[in-house]
Design a protein around this ligand. Structure first.
Ligand code: A3P
Length: 619
């Protein structure tokens, strides 16, 4: 029997039947699933590896049955308290920047939470999303594996945050919402539950990894952002977001400072102080109401330091390290930024040469890691680029064949590199790593085409990561024969800083474009304000007049003095000066040529008539 009155019409009756089935399934799940302590309510249920409250579990079932995704949908996914409110405001204002003026914006009268709906707060009957215009924006706290698989064609923006800050933020948030029938949740209890993975939508690490793994499958569909990155470089992230959502920031908008306007509008201070975000409640589903001001607490990085002891910190870091093993680059990125190996340092070359890999090869590796060609003219076995690579899938492994070509582009050697996209492990048929403990350039090239720019930890020898030589050795002032005048040192410092930035941003398009814009601005500023008085034309004229005794607008033509021929060939080619006479060509001494038994100066074995009677060549 239906628990809900049937709406007229067969379609509705069918819907009712479906909904009843969902209710039965939900009831059955609540009776059978493993239970854990909730932060807001008494119990959470472990559904497909994730802890959900009873209502969110039902929303998930509804989502799988009723939600009709569009491939153009953009979904903001996050673990609770990772900065969802901020991202909602940013995504909404970036996508709709043509529709509202910044002086009278939609966000001035509407909370960021209300700008687009949460998929995990839906109840029956589900909202009719078909009236939304494309691209539709949605938010979710569900892990990727809890969402319908078909949604893989949608775009996802995933924001993550230092789990220690999430823990503190979530504890504050949930404590405010916690049912009055339950005893308060102490921070120590919350910490323990978090470490066990028992928290709404958790475990945190499985949540992050679910999106991380999906992003390996289709990197262009998931944009990974970090709360900390947003704090440090909001303009870069906003440009990234705009590109990702298919509405890149135009040059005109750049000039108008639109990016800055979006950032100011969505800043913590601005949003928190808006009347609309100070009062009233936000509704999630039919039962949950949250005071709007609860979404704006401190908005800081590292607030965990006020709550976690050194031991607690180590425990969370240890768990994350352990859980993210094998997702190496992510681990480094999330918690250990700054510990990445830099391929641009002199140390790279130094470390490589420790293993008898000379500077040339080391340089080639470096260049190949940065995505360039490393092919040097003149070596018979030049390693050409990947134009001849063959890519095959065999048991989840990608098989590449890498061909060495000679000068005439004929293949000399073919190596097979097996590459596992899941954990970036690779093995090459040349067995370089097995023999000498260093990855070969074939693997590096496979990494290059797969945009892997961090060597998985298993291939990194301990000593690579240590500073073998004191840093000051690399200081320019310690260089041998270096011009150490202050002006020269400044010049070196500028060049080094630029190179360092370009290297650090080597695979970050937005970072590079941001850097290029800034450099261009700086250059314009310098040429406009500092060297504006420098009239190069006049200066050139002066120099010409000084040197030649004629004014700049007289045409000067130079030609070689007669009777003088160029000396040498190739790089040593030079033009003889006017007082040099060309040297007499020495006469060839006659040599006894054994084929014709004559002393000759005018032929050799290739054009000897006696040896090749058919040859037309005269002897
Ligand atoms: P704290 O509790 O550490 O202050 P979510 O939106 O996913 O629920 O995350 C809430 C966290 O984001 C809170 O962190 C909140 O203060 C912070 N936050 C909300 N809006 C923000 C903004 N515009 N800028 C920076 N942080 C913001």
């Amino acid at each position: 029997m239906s628990r809900f009155p049937s709406l007229p019409g067969s379609e509705y009756e069918e819907d009712d039947a479906k909904y009843n089935m969902i209710c039965d399934k939900h009831k059955h799940l609540l009776e059978t699933l493993p239970k854990g302590s909730g932060w807001r309510i008494q119990h959470l249920y472990n559904y497909s590896g994730f802890w959900l409250g009873p209502m969110t579990l039902k929303s998930n079932l509804l989502l799988h049955t009723y939600f009709k995704y569009e491939p153009t949908d953009i979904i903001l996914a996050s673990f609770m308290k990772s900065g969802t409110t901020w991202l909602k405001a940013l995504m909404f204002s970036t996508l709709n920047r043509d529709h509202y003026s910044f002086s009278n914006h939609h966000l001035h009268n509407n909370s960021p939470q209300s700008t687009f709906p949460y998929l995990d707060a839906e109840s029956y009957p589900m909202t009719d999303f078909t009236t939304f215009s494309a691209p539709r924006l949605f938010a979710t706290h569900f892990a990727r594996t809890l969402l319908p698989a078909c949604m893989s064609s949608c775009k996802f923006v995933y924001v993550c945050r230092d789990p220690k800050d999430i823990l503190v933020s979530k504890w504050h948030f949930m404590s405010k919402l916690r049912s009055k029938d339950l005893p308060p949740l102490s921070f120590d209890e919350a910490f323990e539950l978090f470490c066990l993975g028992v928290s709404e939508f958790g475990p945190f690490w499985e949540h992050v990894l679910s999106y991380w793994r999906a992003s390996l499958e289709s990197p262009d569909k998931i944009l990974f952002l970090r709360y900390e990155e947003l704090m440090k470089q909001p303009e870069v992230v906003v440009r990234k977001l705009a590109d990702f959502m298919g509405k890149p920031v135009t040059m005109e908008e750049e000039k108008k400072g639109v990016v800055g306007e979006i950032i100011n509008l969505c800043s913590f201070e601005n949003l928190r102080n808006l009347e609309v975000n100070k009062k009233g409640v936000e509704k999630f589903g039919k039962l949950v109401e949250v005071e709007k001001q609860q979404f704006f607490r401190k908005g800081e990085i590292g607030d965990w330091k006020n709550y976690l002891s050194e031991e607690m910190k180590d425990r969370i870091d240890g768990i994350i390290d352990e859980k993210f093993k094998g997702s190496d680059s992510f681990n480094r990125d999330l918690l250990k930024s700054g510990k990445q190996l830099s391929y641009s340092t002199k140390q790279f070359t130094h470390n490589m040469s420790m293993n008898k890999i000379g500077p040339t090869i080391s340089h080639r590796l470096q260049v190949s890691m940065k995505g360039g060609h490393h092919n040097v003219n003149g070596t018979p076995t030049d390693f050409k680029n990947f134009s001849r690579s063959v890519k095959l899938f065999v048991d989840r492994m990608l098989h590449y064949s890498v061909t060495h070509l000679d000068k005439r582009n004929d293949p000399i050697n073919v190596f097979v590199v097996k590459f596992d996209k899941e954990d970036n492990s690779a093995s090459c048929s040349c067995m370089c790593f097995m023999r000498i403990g260093y990855l070969c350039r074939h693997v590096f090239c496979v990494y290059r085409v797969n945009n892997v720019d961090t060597i998985p930890s298993r291939y990194i020898a301990e000593r690579w990561t240590k500073d073998l030589l004191p840093k000051r050795i690399f200081d320019i002032s310690n260089g041998y024969g270096v011009d150490s005048t202050p002006r020269s040192l400044l010049r070196f410092e500028i060049l080094d800083s630029v190179t360092e930035c370009v290297d650090a941003l080597r695979s970050d398009d937005d970072g590079l474009s941001f850097f290029a814009t800034r450099i261009r601005e700086l250059k314009d500023h310098i040429f406009r304000n500092i060297v504006s008085n420098f009239n190069s034309k006049k200066c050139n004229d002066d120099v010409i007049e000084d040197l030649l005794g004629i004014t700049g607008n007289v045409e000067v033509s130079c030609s070689n003095p007669e009777g003088i021929r160029n000396k040498g060939t190739g790089k040593s080619r030079r033009i003889g000066s006017s007082f040099e006479r060309s040297a007499e060509k020495p006469k060839k001494a006659p040599r006894l040529y054994r084929t014709c038994f004559k002393y000759v100066t005018d032929h050799d074995s290739r054009n000897c008539k006696k040896k090749n009677p058919d040859s037309n060549t005269s002897t």
